[in-house]
Design a protein around this ligand. Structure first.
Ligand code: KIV
Ligand code: ZN
Length: 515
């Protein structure tokens, strides 16, 4: 079987999703999970774009050991130098340089002639290859570029030292047949094509990103790029978990293998959703809440008689528990440990004990604890990576005739517990007004969403909010078995994220002033 490399760009292209604002420790948490997922390359960010991105790429390059960490750069020596500084301590530093090649981008965005674009590509790749062991070169907007111009510039990039050539469908415009033909054309016409790997990178504007990626695999590309849950600019990127599950289920068609630990899929998807605040639609393939739910009587009857009647993916294969073992009040440590292992949860003894305690607390409120509940508890525990922010200590809500009063106790970043009381026309408003008093800043609520982690009246509630605070906008998430407590946690989480970002900006300003 041919091996296809998996290049994950959740932390770079995925982080470009509207409203996503990941903190440094959260990026590291996702990176460590991607490493466990088994990706070959992870693109950790764009080091020259900001001080924050530089630092998180550096953190990730220092910590991740079993895959290559890449950073993005424009075709400029400044960008390449910044990426080298961020990545040099990594196990296998990799640079990803991009330069647009379509007539519309060259004329209107770059304002460069095609000859100048070829020269810039060659110069930047040669400069980068003198530092980095691996250089990937991307022809931005490749699918709207002239094919013979691509032949010329790709030949030059390989000659200058590029080891991977990526042909991105930047605006999600291509079709499976056309994308496959483009790779075949370049393989046939680029004289030094055998010296580089070819990579597919698709966006989902026409809903074709996964199909286009699979079409590229069918004609022999060596690497595929995408993001977890398909997050990314506009309609997003190819959803890696969908491509990878399709490759596993239809091995007979694609005949390739990857290094992915597919059973880590559910956990990876939930972690990315939790930290980005981007909810996975229930009907989403592979990782949606309904992906394995059978509603109609005929389907349920069929599945009970034989799962293969209506189920082509075994849930365990992508990390959902087999549900043979339902946990509850009387479940002990041993059963709980087995369940965690089955769900692909990675833990040391300290994390396990904290998780077991949280599980026991949950069984006081919930009769049957489902796999999704356990995954939510695990993700809430945060693996001990969290930086200190506001944390909810207690919440009291009292209803009177047409006024609701809320009292909140929250520990501040300093460790001090702050207690405040406020009223509001409804519960959410009074919680929100109380949080405003705690953080001593005016907030503007822009979005509020609620969903349950599992079905049933005792399900855990997940609340997502988006708030504006002191010129910054941030999203926050809270999980609890009570909707109101989940709301208070979500508000505090959003405040923490905005304040962390502010501190980063201040640190960058201070560094610039010193420099
Ligand atoms: O979609 C795209 O063109 C990109 C480039 C930066 C490779 O993400
Ligand atoms: Zn992209």
């Amino acid at each position: 079987m041919r091996k296809v490399d998996v290049f994950d760009t959740t932390l770079r292209d995925g982080e470009q999703s509207a409203g996503v604002n990941l903190h440094r420790h959260e990026k590291l948490e996702i990176a460590l999970q991607l490493e466990r997922y088994g990706v070959d390359v992870m693109e950790a960010g764009f080091p020259a774009s900001s001080q924050g991105d530089f630092q998180s790429v550096q953190d990730i390059a220092r910590r991740v050991k079993s895959c290559s960490v890449a950073g993005l750069a424009r075709a400029s020596r400044g960008d390449i130098d910044a990426a080298w500084e961020a990545l040099r301590e990594g196990t296998e530093p990799r640079l990803h340089i991009f330069l647009a090649t379509s007539p519309i981008h060259m004329e209107y965005k770059l304002r460069m002639t095609p000859d100048a674009v070829v020269a810039a590509a060659e110069d930047s790749v040669r400069y980068a290859a003198a530092k980095f062991p691996y250089v990937e070169w991307s022809a931005e907007d490749a699918t709207r570029s002239d094919w013979d111009f691509l032949v010329r510039i790709v030949t030059a990039a390989i000659h200058a030292g590029a080891s991977v050539i990526n042909l991105p469908d930047t605006v999600g415009y291509t079709t499976p047949e056309e994308y496959a033909a483009l790779f075949q054309y370049l393989r046939e016409h680029v004289p030094n094509a055998h010296k580089a790997k070819f990579s597919a990178h698709c966006h989902d504007d026409l809903g074709l990103a996964v199909s286009n990626t699979l079409a590229a695999i069918a004609v022999g590309v060596d690497q595929i790029e995408g993001t977890i849950n398909g997050i990314g600019e506009r309609a997003g990127n190819a959803a890696l978990e969908e491509v990878l599950t399709a490759l596993a289920i239809r091995k007979d068609v694609y005949q390739v293998e990857t290094s992915i630990q597919l059973e880590q899929t559910a956990l990876t998807s939930k972690l990315v959703s939790k930290l980005t605040g981007l909810i996975v639609p229930p009907n989403k393939a592979v990782v949606g809440n309904n992906a394995f739910a059978h509603e109609s009587g005929i389907h349920q009857d069929g599945v009970l008689k034989h799962t293969l009647t209506y189920e082509i993916i075994r849930p365990e294969m992508v990390g959902y528990g087999s549900n043979r073992m339902v946990l509850g009040k009387h479940s002990g440590r041993h059963a709980f440990r087995e369940k965690c292992i089955e769900l692909g949860i990675h833990f040391d003894e300290e994390t396990f004990l904290a998780l077991f305690k949280a599980f026991k607390e949950l069984t006081d409120h919930k009769k049957e604890v489902t796999d999704d509940d356990i995954l939510a508890l695990y993700l809430e525990s945060g693996g001990g990576q969290q930086e200190r922010g506001y944390e909810l200590e207690f919440l009291h809500v009292t209803y009177t005739e047409n006024r609701t009063t809320t009292a909140i106790g929250a520990s501040a970043p300093s460790g001090r517990v702050i207690r405040e009381v406020a009223t509001g026309a409804g519960t959410v408003e009074s919680i929100y007004n109380t949080v405003e008093r705690i953080v001593e800043e005016k907030m503007e609520l822009q979005d509020y969403r609620i969903q349950s982690t599992t079905g049933g009246q005792d399900s855990l509630a997940e609340v997502y909010v988006k708030v504006a605070l002191g010129g910054g906008v941030g999203s926050g998430r809270g999980v609890d078995n009570d909707v109101l407590a989940a709301s208070a946690k979500a508000f505090l989480d959003a405040v923490n994220r905005i304040q962390w970002k502010r501190q980063l900006g201040e640190a960058a300003l201070a560094a610039t002033a010193e420099g």
